[in-house]
Design a protein around this ligand. Sequence first.
Ligand code: HEM
Length: 283
Amino acid sequence: MSDRTSQYERIAFEDLNYNSYLKVPELLQLQQLQSEPPHHDEMFFIIIHQSFELWFKQILHETDLMVRGFRKGSMARVLKVIERINAILSCLCDQIQLLHTLTPAEFAGFRERLGTGSGFQSIQFREIEFAYGIRESFFLQFFENDPAAHARLTARAEAPSVYDEFLQALHTAGYPVPDHLLTGQGAAARELDADLVKVLHALYKEPEDNYHWILVCEALLDLDMLVSKWRQVHILMVSRTIGGRKGTGGSTGKAFLEQRVHHRFFPELWEVRNSFFQPPDSH
Ligand code: HEM
């Protein structure tokens, strides 16, 4: 046996290797088709959804780090984290397009086997919405028979949102954020706040003093745009796959999804744009 061969054997038999570290054998067991006989395209459908769920997990993991960054007042850390979240979201928008290769006839070949399974029941998608301040109690009903999921969502609903954390950090840094926005009670659920728009206007107007905050605001806006873009590309994909038919979760499908496309995590970051321009009729 040459030296080179024995070296390879030594590496190959070490306890931790690629497969054991990443649990590849276990991972590859998780694609359990429901169609009988197995429909070729169901594997594709399962893998797409599973990979989305893994990325949702990473987004939540990064979001918790972002919150710690806000609490420490470390905007460099916050920016670093948002950069990664936005890179993931960007990929998720592209990833939806994979489903354009699933024709209506192919999907119809196994859709009835999904039962009432639907994105409505994605715990992590709802957790992301809750973490960023969109907290509609309507969606909790989908988790009534799953106490662990229900508890996770309730914990997110009771914690300050990312927007609350941002406003608290801004206040701690000396900006005059109105007191009633510092309660940690889900900033996005309330009416648009004109006083907060004024604070943001002043911040954007003096960039030399505020560049690090402006960068954070713009990165949060990018994140909001990417989630909205995901909602839009999901709707387009739904339209080309099932047209205007009802969803497996029981909603009206495309019509229901269109109602939610206008949700925004950080409404005043959008509204502050208006404050820099006169209405057309005032010229
Ligand atoms: C053929 C592919 C797909 C179709 C036809 C489809 C269709 C739908 C429909 C009709 C709804 C509305 C709820 C319902 O009544 O079921 C929905 C919701 C949802 N879907 Fe999909 N979907 C597909 C793929 C995906 C993928 C790949 C994901 C990634 C995780 C996903 C995530 C979601 C989420 C999170 C919701 C809830 C959205 C909200 O509440 O605003 N869907 N989907």
